[in-house]
Write a protein that binds this ligand. Structure first.
Ligand SMILES: Nc1ncnc2c1ncn2[C@@H]1O[C@H](COP(=O)(O)OP(=O)(O)OP(=O)(O)O)[C@@H](O)[C@H]1O
Ligand SMILES: [Mg+2]
Length: 347
């Protein structure tokens, strides 16, 4: 059973703490939610954020969808001297191209039809604080040049107003795209990429975070049970935990949270069982993605596949101390299929 860990302050974390802790995961409260993590890669992320929190340098946060980019930005803002001022987020991928400029920079009265009054934009709303450009990889090229000016000169012009307005903001950007590939493809300006990428923080995918799946699952169990007034649901069965750990979580922490919420809702005992987990989670276990190149001389495919199968089955049985139920879940098989394979292979 995972321990609960201690509540930390970002500013008290530093690089020396990047090893996993035995007394449980780090728990960090932010204005947008709580960060839980014990994997060294998460400690590295938090240590980097802590180191740069006091400056105004631009930070680029990358990571797959649902890995906690927004929480990381909140942690950075909260630990900065700007924390009493607003953190204003704009989702560059969710706003139609023709509206982004006025959303960001505001507009003058009469700037376009329907602009009956002047309106301030996100940059003005973030004055003294932090502007969070979420999904920055979706910015159209025409806006990228204006963001570059904002970064270089801390200056912008509201739509329909030629006067430059100065601002005091920290800019943080996030994306789940590979911006270097976007630059290579001509969809993202190279100069803007370098301006944004002064400090780079990468949030690891959940499947790379080892035991954090268990820490997070237990944390979500506690919070969901409380929120949904199900104090009777208190545990996760070893089989269900094995399934959670074997899944590859393409939707990362957001999907894990949803899966636990659903399981708490469907649970009719004290303990979340495999049957309450979404079918997709039960079915798709992590894919083995590392393959050796085909040797020049070729291979005997059938015996190679056989050897691979035997090795995976042995590992699954070792890890579950011979429990065929749990081993079959780790392998994405029915228990009966595993038993038949063991018999056929004489294992
Ligand atoms: N380390 C963490 N501990 C606990 N909860 C987390 C953690 N990271 C993320 N979450 C939760 O997972 C969900 C997704 O997090 P967040 O919105 O920050 O991800 P994101 O990377 O911005 O996703 P997207 O790319 O889809 O915008 C949120 O509900 C958040 O509270
Ligand atoms: Mg986000």
């Amino acid at each position: 059973m995972s321990k609960q860990g201690s509540v930390a302050k970002l500013t008290s974390l530093d690089a020396r703490e990047s090893a996993s802790k035995e007394d449980g995961p780090t728990i960090l409260s932010t204005s947008r939610g709580t960060i839980i993590g014990n994997h060294p890669s998460v400690h590295d992320v938090l240590a980097t954020l802590a180191r740069v929190a006091r400056s105004t340098c631009t930070v680029l946060v990358t990571g797959e969808s649902g890995t906690g980019k927004e929480l990381a930005v909140a942690a950075l803002h909260d630990a900065s001297p700007r924390s009493k001022k607003p953190l204003v987020a704009i989702n560059c991928g969710a706003i139609p191209e023709n509206l982004i400029e006025s959303e960001l920079f505001g507009h003058a009265r009469g700037a376009f039809s329907g602009a009956h009054t002047a309106r301030q934009g996100c940059v003005a709303a973030a004055e003294g604080g932090t502007l969070f450009l979420d999904e920055v990889g979706e910015l159209p090229l025409s806006m990228q040049v204006k963001i570059l000016r904002l970064l270089q000169q801390r200056e912008y012009a509201p739509v329909g107003d030629s006067r430059a307005v100065r601002c005091d903001i920290r800019i943080v950007a996030a994306t789940n795209r590979d911006l270097e590939a976007e630059v290579a493809a001509g969809r993202f300006r190279e100069d803007l990429y370098y301006r944004l990428n002064v400090v780079h923080v990468h949030l690891p995918a959940l499947r790379e975070r080892g035991d954090d799946i268990e820490h997070l699952a237990r944390y979500f169990l506690r919070t969901c049970a409380e929120r949904m007034e199900r104090p009777d649901v208190v545990d996760i069965s070893p089989e269900a935990m094995a399934v959670l750990k074997a899944h590859d979580w393409p939707g990362n922490i957001r999907s894990l949270e949803n899966a636990i919420e659903r399981a708490v809702l469907l649970c009719d005992g004290a303990c979340i069982g495999v049957d309450t987990l979404p079918a997709k989670v039960r079915r798709t276990t992590r894919k083995a993605t590392v393959f050796a190149p085909l040797p020049e001389s070729g291979i005997d495919l059938r015996s190679a596949v056989d050897e691979y199968e035997n090795d995976m089955i042995r590992q699954a049985l070792d890890r579950t101390q011979g429990n065929k139920n749990r081993a079959s879940q780790l392998l994405g098989l029915n228990r009966t299929t595993l038993v038949e394979m063991l018999k056929r292979k004489g294992m």
